[in-house]
Design a protein around this ligand. Structure first.
Ligand code: AMP
Length: 397
């Protein structure tokens, strides 16, 4: 069975065609500048040169049609006809409080995705466009929605409710949803599988550290806490997002700088985080590590602040679950930044959690990095959101 995975953004669309018999990626690619002049599709097939189509893509519908054209292309394609694609899995940002897991798409599902435009204004409209484009281009195929918020739906009210008047929860469903859910779901399940954690000993902390960063605590693959909130702004210090801050900061800066709350949110999402703490140097951890090594104090501050918040969050979750059986690092930083992993885990030596410096040299591949006597096993476990979406699509088709 072959599953097409679609991740539609407002002006871009990423795809992967996965053969579920062996979970191999047959082809993947990216449509850029949809609806903007100069659109292009880059199609990649393992072992072949990239295939680039520069053609107008005024809508997501035309983008999907080009993707299908590339997939069946006699020279660069990987299937002889669109009929060989059995189902389509869609990444959808927000399912509100309605969907606690992935679901086969019908009119009711599309209605809920539309009703959540308010909660995911940048992503949900694009996700829906991707779905409707696939329905039009491949009538009769099963389409599945995999929600980034679904993983957070198993939180108890004391973990997801904000301590603000109830009316805002009742009227607007203002609560903590958590994001990166597909990644947390995949990595927590894979950690349980890879580590062969027995039932009753499946308390896992997943540190998804990348440009966007979040940490989850889960038991048996079900989330009990997660660091992002109503939006992905809450929680850790990120590449360009501030993470947690006193809401009074927003009022103070808006009043003194005479800017709107919308402007302030743009600053908190796009101009904050390690980018801001490093004095505008970079949001990329490779640049920051190099600058810090060369004595740049602001880059060092940015890395220290990032680590401090990660440590506080892991420590909090160790308390929430009364310990942990495994901690897994994933995301660009979690999978590759050897020094950051080591320096985070150093804070937990008091609890008998120890990293083996040799094993910790691993980059981008799954490996246990703790010592045999560590009280909690620690892993590097690369995330694979597309495969998670494809597995959910297979399960529901
Ligand atoms: P992501 O958003 O998951 O793609 O992660 C992007 C982040 O991972 C960026 O801050 C990169 O600097 C960081 N990253 C990627 N590779 C490395 C590496 N080899 N060492 C340190 N950080 C890395």
């Amino acid at each position: 069975m072959k599953v097409l995975v679609i991740n539609a953004g407002s002006s871009s669309l990423k795809y992967q065609l996965i053969d579920m018999d062996d979970e191999s990626v047959k082809a993947k690619g990216l449509c850029e500048r949809i609806g903007i002049a100069g659109s292009k599709l880059t199609h990649k097939v393992p072992g072949k040169d990239d295939f680039v189509i520069e053609e107008d893509m005024p809508t997501h519908q035309t983008a999907i049609e080009l993707v299908l054209k590339a997939l069946v292309d006699p020279d660069h394609g990987v299937v002889s006809s669109v009929d060989e694609i059995d189902a389509v899995g869609h990444r959808v940002l927000h399912g509100g409080s309605v969907y606690t897991e992935s679901i086969k798409i019908d009119d009711d599902v599309k209605k809920v995705i539309r009703e959540c435009f308010d909660l995911g204004p940048l992503h949900n409209p694009a996700n829906l466009m991707g779905i409707e484009a696939c329905e039009a281009a491949m009538p009769g195929k099963s389409n599945v929605a995999v929600f980034d918020t679904a993983f957070g739906m198993s939180l108890e009210p004391y973990a997801y409710r904000y301590a603000i008047p109830e009316e805002y929860y009742e009227k607007y469903k203002i609560r903590r949803y958590g994001f990166h859910g597909t990644s947390h779901m995949f990595v927590s399940a894979e950690t349980i599988r890879y580590a062969e954690l027995p039932e009753g000993h499946q308390r896992v902390i997943v540190c998804h550290l990348g440009n966007g960063s979040s940490i989850s605590a889960s038991i048996g693959g079900k989330a009990v806490d997660t660091s992002m909130g109503l939006t992905p702004l809450e929680g850790l210090v990120m590449g360009t997002r501030s993470g947690d801050l006193d809401p009074a900061v927003v009022q103070f800066i808006c009043d003194h700088e005479n800017i709107s709350v919308d402007d302030m949110l743009t600053i908190l999402n796009k101009k904050s985080g390690v980018l801001a703490l490093s004095g505008g140097l970079s949001s990329d951890f490779r640049d920051l590590s190099q600058a810090a090594e060369e004595g740049n104090e602001k880059a060092k501050l940015a890395l220290d602040a990032f680590r401090h918040k990660v440590v506080k969050t892991i420590g909090g979750y160790l308390g929430v679950m009364n310990g942990a059986d495994a901690i897994a690092f994933t995301g660009g930083i979690g999978e590759n930044d050897v020094e950051m992993r080591a320096s985070i885990m150093k804070h937990f030596e008091f609890a008998g959690i120890h990293i083996d410096p040799e094993k910790n040299k691993v980059r981008g591949k799954r490996q246990e990095i703790s010592t045999p006597d560590s009280t909690v096993r620690v892993f590097v476990l690369p995330t694979n959101e597309e495969l998670a979406i494809a597995r959910e699509t297979l399960r529901l088709s």
